[in-house]
Design a protein around this ligand. Sequence first.
Ligand code: ZN
Ligand code: ZN
Length: 285
Amino acid sequence: MDNEMEYGSDYKYIPATSVGSGMGMEVSHDLYCHTIQIVNIILVGNPRTKDFVLVDAGMPNSADNIISIVEERFGKNSRPKAIILTHGHFDHVGAIIDLVKHWQIPVYAHELEMPFLTGQKSYPEPDPTVEGGMVAKMSPMFPNEPINLGDKVEALPSDGAIPHLPDFRWIHTPGHSPGHVSLFRDEDKALIVGDAFVTVKQDSLYKVLTQEQEINGPPRYLTTDWKAAKESVIRLEALKPSVAITGHGLPMTGDLLSESLEKLVQEFERIAIPDYGKYVDGDFH
Ligand SMILES: [Zn+2]
Ligand SMILES: [Zn+2]
């Protein structure tokens, strides 16, 4: 029921942007990535079939923008079959209630992410003291109260299948959040990462000033379990993806991706884990 749904009590527009904002990129014929301010949404499906899903739901107040992006690619009044969430952080569910009301479609997320999506549990407070520059410093303004999607959100099937996305399977990649998932297609080794790792510098999540890419671990100020985060990156590297579409930063492909991922696994402590911060476990240093 629509009237059950509500955003968290601290929901608000976040005035952050990047040079990439508004840019769309066709990664392959059926994978399209578009940047909403600082975060990516992904449309999976061939534009000629109208059979597609949306992965993640952008920033607060971006619903009209997302609907236009969808209609531009798939045609007037087209709508995805479902929204699949990599996780429930504010920058991945920002427009979701407006979208669900507009399209009347279901949302799927990992079972362990459900408390954060059904109004039961808040994410831990972002850590503004963590090593990581300006973004970490402004993180206390980020919404972290739980959104309530009521009965519109359903748990992903436990066998790895993704409704409406038969070629992909979900992979549990916790660490950044408990029920974080990444989506993988074995056929072409395409990987939709979420925030398990990103391709921008931590400090400049908000200002991708150049096209330059740099692999990094999950965004630091919201990552609470670094041991799990490392294991998740190891799991994703082992898949040897050919392309990685991350929640933040430009898609990465080919040798740059494989070399960067290998390096991230080898040097996870140095590259990803902050030197200080309240969720950093002393064992890593
Ligand atoms: Zn996140
Ligand atoms: Zn994010």
